[in-house]
Design a protein around this ligand. Sequence first.
Ligand SMILES: Nc1ncnc2c1ncn2[C@@H]1O[C@H](COP(=O)(O)OP(=O)(O)OP(=O)(O)O)[C@@H](O)[C@H]1O
Length: 499
Amino acid sequence: MGCMEAVLLTWVGKRDLEAITCTDQGPVLSTLKAFQFSRVVLLSSYSSSELRKYKSWLVERLRDSAPSIESHHEPLNSPIDFTSIYQVADRHLQRLHSGQSNLSILLSPGTPAMQAVWILLGKTKYPVTFYQSSREQGVEQVEIPFNIAAEYIPSAVSVNDQHLANLINDQALVHAAFDDIITQDPNMLRLKKQAQILAEREVPVLIQGETGTGKELFARAIHNVSRRANQPFIALNCGAIPPELIDTTLFGHKKGAFTGAASDRAGVFQQAHGGTLFLDEFGELTTAAQVRLLRAIQEGLVTPVGSQKEESVDVRIITATHRNLIEDIANGGFREDLFYRVAVGVLTLPPLRSREGDLLHLSETLLAGLAKQDKALEDKKLSVDAKNLILLHLWPGNIRELRSTILRASLWSSDELISGEEMQQAFFHRSQKQDGLLDRDVSQGVDIQDIISELVGHYVPRALLASQGNKSDAAKLLGLKNYQTLNNWIEKHRVKIDN
Ligand SMILES: Nc1ncnc2c1ncn2[C@@H]1O[C@H](COP(=O)(O)OP(=O)(O)OP(=O)(O)O)[C@@H](O)[C@H]1O
């Protein structure tokens, strides 16, 4: 049986070299202590002698458990030059990538440009496992909630992009356009960086996430960082257009094209010309609209209703959806070709309830923001009880719901400190019936008997339908002893049966 070789590939960073003379052991040594690899490949743009010194220090530190270590001095035009980093990284990955090895990359050492290139290559041409190491979190394997289609690699690492290289350096990690997106969650921080990389690359971006998770906020920030920042940003909610108005909304119309068309009107494609078109609730488009949209995106040509002439448009498309489009594709509700056209860069925004540390941080920032707008709210603070309630709530409406709840609570609170009771009153009390049986918010109180009755009311009529009304057969289908047991259930849970 062939044994897979575990290979770790990494740049050597400043913190690694400094580890020789200080107590912090640096990302490379920490990773080699935490995980077992049989072979380690070190890349470095520092001088050969520094690299040699580092390698012997590493071997000495690891002693008997040292894997085989090879090091390569790779001079770069600059540590933030995308093209030369890409070439070096690609060459090594190609060489090391084989059926015989399990390839891993340590992301932490090196510049953000180096990390970006690892992600581009490791998510496309060469499937690898990513690791990262930080003083706070230690060493861990990372899942990157981000995908980029391989066909975009050449343009994504195109030469001469000095602007991007300047932007992505240690000082200006994330552009100020992303400052409005308040977060401390490591996943979200990573998404902000990735969004910035995508922004610069001009690739189409699909943003997925529940309602109120900040999809539009991301779309605007991406536009504001892009080369199109001074051109229009046009947002369209695809779910809100009546089907008969799709064409004129997207592509415009000519005067007299139909009753009521009193003058020429530009569609969103023409309005966004030179800039960005943000298509929100993208998954709601009808199949017919999807076909026309695909053509416009593919060819950059649109024909206004009532016109014979095609017009050429230059727009960058950013789409957003709360749906799982891959599932929609599987059941025929969404066109696969259109999906792959727009889902080049994919950002999946996590719901608020799974963002680490964000609930209280955001609550306080939002409260401070309200105070700035309204003097009456100036010194409001959250009591411990109010904070605990915030932490318990599931926030199905995410940041939008949090913001309005905080606003209501602060308006209602009689003194500086917002009490638990005032917080409780500010929550939306939604009918929980719409939520899935397993998704209800226990902190709002649930009736477990009702839930059981709902379940029984769901399956019993179906079983009767399947058994053509024969109660003994239906009981069998439901795993019940006999028709009497079934009758008892029907009575107890007041199951409605159509006769
Ligand atoms: N991380 C954040 N920091 C501060 N404000 C945020 C953040 N995320 C979202 N918001 C605010 O929450 C509200 C909802 O955000 P946004 O409209 O971007 O969400 P969305 O995902 O596009 O929602 P929908 O799917 O319902 O259209 C906005 O007022 C936005 O400014």
